[in-house]
Design a binder for this molecule. Sequence first.
Ligand SMILES: Cc1cc2nc3c(=O)[nH]c(=O)nc-3n(C[C@H](O)[C@H](O)[C@H](O)COP(=O)(O)OP(=O)(O)OC[C@H]3O[C@@H](n4cnc5c(N)ncnc54)[C@H](O)[C@@H]3O)c2cc1C
Length: 588
Amino acid sequence: MSWSFEAPLRDMRFVLGHVLDAPAAWAACPAHAELDLDTACAVLEQGARFAAEQLQPLNGPGDRQGCNLDADGRVRTPDGFADAYRAFVEAGWPALAGDPRWGGQGLPLLLDGFLREMLDACNHAWNMYPDLLHGAVHTLAAHAGDELQQRYLPRLVSGEWLAAMALTEPQAGSDLGLLRTRAEPQADGSVRVSGSKIFISGGEHDLSDNIVHLVLCRLPDAAPGTRGLSLALVPRLLPDGSRNAMVCDGLEKKMGLKASATCAMRYEQATGWLVGEPGRGLAAMFVMMNSARLHVALQGLGHAEMAAQNALRYALERRQSRLPGPRAADAGAADPIARHPAMRHVLLGLQAQVEAGRVIAARAALALDLAEHHPDPAVRDAAQARAALLTPLLKAQLTRLGFEGASAALQVFGGYGYVHEYGIEQSVRDARIAMIYEGTNEIQAIDLVQRKLLGDSGTALQALLAECAAEADACLAEPSLEAFGQALREECEAARSGLHALLGLRDPGLVLALAPDVMDALWWLLNTWAFAASARGTLRASDTDAAWREARLERMRYGVDWLLPRARQHWQRVIAGAPALPELRATR
Ligand SMILES: Cc1cc2nc3c(=O)[nH]c(=O)nc-3n(C[C@H](O)[C@H](O)[C@H](O)COP(=O)(O)OP(=O)(O)OC[C@H]3O[C@@H](n4cnc5c(N)ncnc54)[C@H](O)[C@@H]3O)c2cc1C
């Protein structure tokens, strides 16, 4: 039985129609007012077909072949990757959620998010190439001058040209304040960029003629640290068609994602142009990084979905050991492993978390759409704050789920999971990086606590808690959903006490020591909200068959009954006070 993909289109339609009521939100935004649920789902169906037919067959071969660097510094991607990208551009997928001003189709980011989940599920390495387009476009749209926008945005929106994000240097990883790449201003308004970057995804490849690098760098009189950083656009091809002075010195040999070119780049007085004000480069780069963080979260979700559905298919077929108790005459010598309680825990846990994760990710994408397009400024501001709060949670938690889910699925496959043939071991290897890049998951926890909770004195979290409390009340009003309402109400109360305790902490070291607990606690609050909102959605979903609704309800119940209790310890540490965290000593 080999690794295969069945797009979760039914679940996506359910989330759009019955959990988030996305059509009502679209109707409130003039840019999306014409969109209806059937049209949205028809777009997703086409996207699913592209992912399953064009990308999934390239996933295993791409992993085995990897990328190659020629003697002339050109990178060759695995066979079929460039053709698939050409088909992707011709079908208009890169422009799906692009601004119509620059040639985009102007559809919601919510649909774009579901599309990305499917692309990542089928071929994470391939999707690394177009994944940075959206962030680059947003950064240029928000910060670049008119001339740069006119020159680059239409061709990035269409996907004719691709983008790369060049931050990391050997001595500057999580701490970008340490980076050294220089930019010297020229009389004609351009800059000359010199320095070395490492780990640059898609810095060089054969999918597009031009690659637009957004490079973090320092001007000559820049202040030290992050305040002194500027952002430069450095294209592989200059406007006159000649090659810019930048070379790929090497490709990293990696644990996974072998078909994604991870490049060591050298800029030797390369021509570029500043994006945004000098010294404000990190603020501009954050536009790209925030978009990229949500996309990385969707990589995790794609891996987890793929793991859940392949593990289930295998577990229904594979028979080992007889279960105790009476047996049907035709039961055979052994039962499917899907019936053994230990495997049921793994599979139900994965399914419940994937479905809840999809709801939470979709809620964040909807918030981004509202932040961009809702006519009421107060709604736009609240939606922006909601998306900002959810971003580090989604990035860290869905990437963890992607890796742990793939590993759990490998366990379901037993020894067959460990051999190449079944595909699951590639998923474990590919999924692992998402916990590291785009700001490690430890950095996400710090961002969550310092910026998103303490930074606004808990205002964005209070707004989220109000929404969760309303969901709890709605469930409590429905007798069959009382357990969901009760669980969500308890989570809200714990979060209120936890936030109060957090805001009262005076020791910044203790705040950092508790950051992972706060991250986990809030993720379980969000999961409980997603379980409850999904359970209530199943009561409204008369357009789906009863067996499907009951199965989904059971998975949500499993989440509340079995998964949630394990998560309750996290607020306790924040509320009751944590023991001192010892310093590490070099001697043991
Ligand atoms: C396949 C791949 C693709 C990549 N693509 C890109 C790309 O396109 N563009 C780009 O610019 N970079 C890219 N990167 C680089 C990636 O973003 C960095 O690896 C990442 O930011 C971490 O930096 P580092 O590796 O130097 O680790 P370090 O920063 O040295 O961190 C090491 C460990 O220490 C922890 N740590 C560090 N600081 C703190 C702190 N303050 N508090 C708590 N813990 C901390 C980290 O969480 C981590 O666990 C890529 C990397 C890989 C492997």
